[in-house]
Design a binder for this molecule. Structure first.
Ligand SMILES: [Zn+2]
Length: 447
């Protein structure tokens, strides 16, 4: 494999320009995008633009979010730390919290290096209220009181293209959030016709995921029969296809402006969506893979396409982008840059810690070595062998005491490490704890 070398950015792209310029960075987060809607296993014709993008990008087939809903997950992407540390999240019963006052974000090293930084977002969780986007120089936030009213993908792409045409300096860091696959599902034509109407010809104005639906869902009173959820999923697919086309229009817009040659582009999702995978619907309520497994693709100009099956995490993104842009990462970032993995020089595993339901039981999960342990606040545990049971249908917690104990111990260490780092409790850093901290990136040479 040819070594992956971001040094090309200074050697080739900007030769003859005096001072080597830094690359632009575009981070696209598609809300509520399940991993299985993108890539070779996606339904035919659903996401052709993302498929085309993948032909020139590194695709990570096993990228995992750290939370199953927007606020804590996007905060992990931008802060480079886990929900327990960045503090953004909470739940519907106990209340919601914004990003901790002292938490740094990916935007800071870019802004310090002179980048023009701008975010375009479409949900209140990403507005200044919760602090997640507070470090961007410009913030274009549009949101309404209900999810029915939303700035759709088309106007979102238009906002991004307008910013590129009228306002930006270079280099720039542009964050674009698309909300459309999130409920309410109401895809515009021709996407409704193509994906939803074949099974729903009798009611062509059917929408799903309204506030009324969600209130009933959380009260346990929503009719979750497969027919209803099947219709909902068809609408969801229409929204995904529409968003795919609009992301494609943004990518084409970068090319038309010559920006594809000096822009790193990241595309990911903040979490997935459940359609009865575990008997439920929507997101924010479990830590199964349909909610935590997300697409991740990174396009670096001059680098070829490849697929990587190693498990990676959202906290790895911030250090990756810093390395690609030749910027020093914040010392607070806990992830490990993916550049070594992309170049075939890093095979160390990346354990994934996820936590923070918006509703339903309090859950924490730990994924490593092909296993996943999910622990509820009441101590109940589930264990899954992801190699033989990738859809997490056979809970082995009751009959695989060895692996359960092993992962439970690692999860305990993770939580104790968090507590130690949070300063809320004095915790002795044993050699075992030290080793976990290093595995997750919390300790080591740079710390
Ligand atoms: Zn979301």
């Amino acid at each position: 494999m040819r070594p992956f070398s971001p040094i090309f950015l200074t050697l080739s792209l900007f030769a003859g320009c005096g001072q080597p310029a830094r690359p632009n960075v575009v981070v696209i987060v598609i809300d509520t995008l399940r991993a299985d809607r993108v890539g070779p296993k996606a339904p035919a014709g659903l996401t052709p633009y993302l498929g085309k993008f993948a032909e020139g990008a590194v695709s990570f087939d096993q990228c995992h979010a750290h939370a199953p809903w927007t606020l804590p997950s996007c905060a992990a992407i931008l802060s480079g730390v886990h929900p327990a540390e960045h503090g953004a999240g909470g739940n519907l019963e106990a209340g919601l919290h914004g990003l901790g006052q002292d938490v740094g974000t990916l935007v800071q090293p870019f802004a310090r290096a002179g980048y023009d930084t701008h975010a375009i977002v479409n949900v209140a969780f990403l507005d200044k209220t919760f602090g997640v986007t507070r470090d961007f120089g410009g913030l274009d936030a549009v949101h309404f009181k209900t999810n029915i009213e939303v700035r759709r993908a088309g106007p979102t792409t238009q906002a991004a293209l307008s910013w590129l045409d009228r306002e930006r300096d270079e280099p720039f860091l542009l964050f674009v959030h698309y909300f459309d696959p999130h409920a309410v599902y109401d895809p515009p034509q021709p996407f409704r016709r193509r994906f939803a109407e074949p099974r729903d010809q009798k009611n062509q104005s059917f929408v799903f995921g309204t506030r009324k639906h969600m209130m009933a869902l959380r009260a346990g009173q929503l009719d979750l029969n497969p027919e209803v959820i099947g219709r909902a999923e068809a609408l969801y697919n229409g929204e995904v296809a529409y968003t795919d086309a609009e992301v494609g229009r943004l990518l084409d817009g970068l090319s038309e402006r010559g920006l594809d040659q000096n822009s790193i582009v990241v595309i990911t999702g903040d979490h997935g969506e459940e359609f009865l995978d575990h008997g439920g619907f929507e997101h924010g309520h479990t830590l199964y893979d349909e909610l935590t497994h997300v697409p991740l693709m990174i396009r670096v100009p001059g680098e070829g396409a490849q697929r990587i099956s190693d498990t990676v995490r959202h906290v790895d993104l911030a250090p990756t982008l810093c390395e690609l842009a030749d910027l020093a990462p914040l010392s607070s970032f806990v992830g490990r840059s993916l550049v070594g993995l992309m170049g075939g020089t890093d095979s160390q595993p990346r354990p994934v810690l996820a936590q923070g339901n918006m509703w339903g039981p309090d859950l924490t999960s730990y994924r490593t070595g092909g296993w996943k342990l999910i622990r509820a606040g009441d101590g109940r545990e589930e264990l899954y062998d992801l190699a033989s049971d990738p859809h997490e249908q056979r809970d082995l917690a009751g009959n695989d005491g060895g692996n359960r104990a092993r992962l439970a111990e690692q999860l305990d260490l993770a939580l104790r490490g968090m507590a130690a780092l949070g300063g809320s409790n004095q915790v002795e850093v044993t050699p075992q704890l030290q080793s976990w901290l290093e595995a997750l990136g919390y300790a080591g040479e740079s710390q």
